[in-house]
Design a protein around this ligand. Structure first.
Ligand SMILES: C[S@@+](CC[C@H](N)C(=O)[O-])C[C@H]1O[C@@H](n2cnc3c(N)ncnc32)[C@H](O)[C@@H]1O
Length: 272
């Protein structure tokens, strides 16, 4: 089964909740990345693919009352959740728009910062989103991305359920031209899109204590994809359910350590 322009993680309500918790968890990494582009007071920022929250609160605080943050998201329910987040937090300088990060319809050469987090490793044709980000940035403005690469995502001790489900997920992504290893391509994608002064920072987590939601992320992702994997005939329903239950048991076991995938933060300036 190949779905045109598929979004890998799907839109279960459990996935929305996971993204909200993850946004909280990534707060310090987001802050670090935005520190690299200098003060944003009074500036205009676009965040692409905000999901139910993204970095909207961090950006709103940084641009202050004289600045503006536009969030763009293509899934209607995420847009509603992000708008609710904006109202609940009284983020008066934030506007969440329902739209496509590949063709936002926003004016080009206009924004001081264009940012996104974790869209590219979940969709086909990442270069189109990079091109739109660069188009939106003003000459001299910044583009700052935070992406994923599944290199090095392992558990210890190893488990058959992990290895088999990881393999099925990778084969499914390949079939749908989604690059789960796009993080390593990020600096090159930014450079080819015309940015200069590109810098990169790797981020990785080692979760050895039980309880952190990141430990079970592979099981969460597999669950998001369950029906699509079965329909694709990459795995039977029975095998999936057995492996998935075994994987969850393994990941919540206090004796298991999980090393996250590699996150790649890369940022650069548009010449001008
Ligand atoms: C993994 S989530 C990350 C959400 C948010 N950036 C964060 O880090 O908390 C990726 C989001 O990108 C959105 N997305 C995927 N393709 C998109 C596109 N072409 N235009 C706008 N949003 C898109 C998805 O709907 C999803 O909400």
């Amino acid at each position: 089964m190949i779905l045109e322009d598929q979004y890998f993680l799907g839109y279960r309500s459990a996935e929305h909740e996971r993204l909200q918790a993850q946004a909280e968890d990534f707060q310090s990494e987001a802050a670090w990345l935005f520190d690299q582009v200098g003060p944003l007071d009074g500036k205009t920022v676009v965040e692409l693919g905000v999901g139910p929250r993204g970095c909207l609160d961090e950006l709103a605080r940084r641009v202050g009352p004289d600045g503006t943050v536009i969030g763009v998201e293509r899934e209607a329910e995420s847009v509603e959740l992000a708008r609710k987040f904006v109202v609940d937090r009284t983020l008066d300088n934030v506007d969440v728009r329902h739209g496509d990060a590949r063709a936002t319809g926003l004016p080009g050469d206009s924004f001081d910062l264009v940012t996104e987090r974790l869209i590219l490793h979940n969709v086909p044709r990442p270069e189109e989103i990079v091109a739109e980000a660069v188009r939106l940035a003003r000459p001299g403005g910044w583009v700052a991305f935070h992406e994923g690469d599944r290199v090095g995502q392992v558990c210890d001790p190893p488990a058959e359920s992990w290895t088999r489900l990881m393999d099925v997920l990778k084969r499914y992504a390949d079939r749908n031209t989604i690059d789960l290893f796009v993080g390593r391509r990020l600096p090159g994608l930014l450079r080819r899109a015309g940015l200069v002064d590109i810098q990169v920072r790797p981020v990785v987590y080692i979760d050895h204590e039980p309880g952190h939601p990141r430990r079970v992320v592979l099981a969460d992702f597999a669950e998001n994809l369950r029906d699509r994997l079965i329909m694709s005939e990459l795995i039977t329903r029975e095998e999936f359910d057995d492996l998935h239950a075994a994987l969850r048991r393994h990941l919540v076991d206090p004796g298991t350590t999980v090393i996250s995938h590699l996150y790649v933060q890369a940022w650069g300036r548009k010449p001008g």
